[in-house]
Design a binder for this molecule. Sequence first.
Ligand code: NAP
Length: 265
Amino acid sequence: MPIDLKLSGKVAIITGGSKGLGAESARLLAADGARVALVSRTKATLDTFATELTQAHKAEVMTIAADLSQPGSAEPVAEAVLKRFGRIDILINSAGAAQGGVFWEIPEKVWEDGFALKFFGTVRMTRAVLPAMIAQGYGRIVHVVGDTGKQPNPRLLPGATANAALLALTKGLADEVGPRGIAVNAVNPGPTRTDRIATLFANLSKSTNKSLDEIEAGFMKDAALGTIGDPADVARVIVFLASDAAANITGTSILSDGGRSRAIS
Ligand SMILES: NC(=O)c1ccc[n+]([C@@H]2O[C@H](COP(=O)([O-])OP(=O)(O)OC[C@H]3O[C@@H](n4cnc5c(N)ncnc54)[C@H](OP(=O)(O)O)[C@@H]3O)[C@@H](O)[C@H]2O)c1
């Protein structure tokens, strides 16, 4: 029997849904018949992407501009989606970015900004959708976290520590909401070719006086598969966890890193 993701008609909110891993996940969800709500700060980028999805897949798409690093930003998103689609089945938390550097040179503001979006943005958005999911007795939440949560890179500690916190959230919240029919999982991408990684490599190249090629090679030297990830490959793991094909999985994380992490997981 073929694997049925059972995504047709499901309502999915995707934060960071205009670009990168969020956008790739939205493409797959829309192609499979889900109704999608795309969230990011920039309305024009969201609307351009929504038009692409509607034309390619005849998908029902709505866009919501929100800065999820701000308190109070998530509830209006959930309210708007409930008003338009009447339910929320899936939440993919993919908005996030944190700067790195040498630990003793990283200003407090960089730590605050990294946690404000990646950690608190995820907490906020998850908290905002849970009442609807609990009322339905169904929900699938996927946090896009990162391989540094388990294998911290010393030059990327604001993001790595936020990632570790998100993995704890994933496990603990899964225990809390599992009996109510809601699964919570995470995907830990390794370096994957999106705008975010391009910026990160450019910054590291500048701060270390190494070429971009050297930076990339340094990141991937331990990866069994050897290449920087393709966003579509990571998105397939995200969407799998968001689907009923993963019905018996909760409270865990899946690496998509080309074999880069040294830990057994
Ligand atoms: N790419 C990688 O190699 C990699 C590796 C490990 C983990 N990750 C994690 O995967 C997630 C997605 O990364 P990506 O590479 O797809 O990033 P990306 O291509 O830079 O996309 C980031 C998305 O988040 C949105 N966003 C940024 N700030 C926001 C805010 N304050 N409020 C709401 N939305 C915001 C962006 O749109 P606007 O700018 O218009 O708001 C965009 O849609 C991040 O959490 C990242 O840490 C990525």
